[in-house]
Design a binder for this molecule. Structure first.
Ligand SMILES: [Zn+2]
Length: 248
């Protein structure tokens, strides 16, 4: 491992953001589409929150960063968040999305709606054809649900089940540091409540819950991280009918 806080492999950038958290980015996926892949260092256990599109193997980069096995968690079942999950021995997520993890299709992962030639800003490897992009099955090895606790030894994350964007959407929260990993429940950008399994009313309920939460930083599923004020702002805009992504 390099000592710099920003290093690069062929397809991935790794950026240390403090508090034992690193952001892994798929640098050849367009910035408006790529998800944030988070590595969380714990004393006894490391977590990986989301795994990108799965275009090239993610595990070598994670192995270099973590130096040990990680527990892979998917914040929800969409193609851009769980494409690399099949590479890991332990894959946890919410049961409500279980069938999509086990039997992904272009339809049920939303790949059919969003994956176009423009998503790839460079050819990831010789012979790559974006039209053959497909998500590999990654059956869950265990479940995460509301009230569950992930104890890493020196830090503890609480699992919130926050459906609406996807039925099995979860967020992870550390009450001590007030760091929130929110997946696609909230990020600083246009949110999606129009997917085939989205539910706007349920989504609003989830966001009202998050609005009450004290946060130091929100590490979302896309775009740069943000704090309490922006959390409130984005939620209020959504509840007022705005803050949506334009439908593709
Ligand atoms: Zn999503």
């Amino acid at each position: 491992m390099t000592s710099s806080n920003h290093w690069s492999q062929d397809f991935f950038d790794v950026i240390s953001v403090g508090d034992g958290v690193s952001l892994i980015q798929e640098k050849h996926i367009s910035p408006d589409m790529r998800c944030n892949i988070w590595h969380i260092r714990g004393r006894d256990q490391d977590l990986l929150v989301d795994s990108g599109m799965g275009v090239v193997p993610l595990k070598p980069t994670v192995a270099q960063l973590a130096g040990r096995e990680v527990t892979a968690i998917s914040s929800h079942c969409h193609f851009d968040h769980r494409g690399g999950a099949h590479e890991f021995n332990c894959h946890l997520a919410h049961k409500a999305d279980e069938a999509v993890y086990a039997e992904p299709t272009g339809y049920n992962t939303l790949a059919d709606d969003f994956v176009t030639a423009e998503v790839f800003t460079a050819v990831p490897y010789d012979g790559f054809d974006w039209k053959t992009y497909a998500v590999k099955p990654a059956p869950l090895t265990g479940y995460l649900d509301e009230g569950d606790v992930l104890d890493l030894g020196d830090r503890v994350f609480h699992v919130f089940h926050l459906p609406g964007h996807a039925p099995g959407a979860i967020s992870l929260y550390d009450p001590k540091t007030q760091i929130l990993f929110s997946g696609d429940v909230i990020y600083d950008g246009g949110l999606i409540d129009f997917a085939y399994h989205s539910d706007t009313e349920v989504y609003e309920h989830s966001l009202r819950r998050l609005r009450e939460l004290p946060v130091s930083v929100v590490h979302g599923g896309h775009n740069p991280s943000f704090g309490q004020d922006r959390l409130t702002e984005v939620i209020d805009e959504f509840l007022a009918g705005g803050q949506r992504l334009e439908q593709p």
